[in-house]
Write a protein that binds this ligand. Structure first.
Ligand code: SF4
Length: 104
């Protein structure tokens, strides 16, 4: 009937294709906001809250992060999640922008 090594090869090709397709979907879902995005620049968004310009945003505190913002829609523990201010993109859970509103 079928040759075991051929069957193994076919299974590897199928598994590899599925893994590739999955990684493509994950890559699309993980499109994060670039700091030089016009909206990000306007809001002073930084993917790392510790990199926020203190002179420009004196009220910013290092403890403020997207994951603690009322607008953040990611799940706890996720590295990034959606934010309505950046439609179709994700913000870093450790990011920050000037529209930050502490979660109640
Ligand atoms: Fe992060 Fe909140 Fe600004 Fe969205 S509004 S980028 S969740 S700080």
């Amino acid at each position: 009937m079928s040759n075991p090594s051929r069957r193994t090869f076919v299974m590897c090709v199928v598994a590899g294709s599925a893994a590739f397709a999955t990684s493509q979907v994950a890559a699309q879902a993980a499109a994060t906001v670039a700091e030089n995005d016009p909206q990000a620049t306007a809001l002073g968004y930084k993917a790392d809250t510790t990199k926020v310009d203190k002179a420009k945003f004196p009220k910013h505190e290092a403890s403020q992060m997207c994951q603690g913002c009322q607008l953040y829609q990611g799940k706890a523990g996720d590295a990034a999640g959606p934010c309505p201010l950046f439609a179709g993109k994700q913000v870093s859970s450790k990011g920050w922008c000037s529209a930050f509103v502490k979660k109640a």
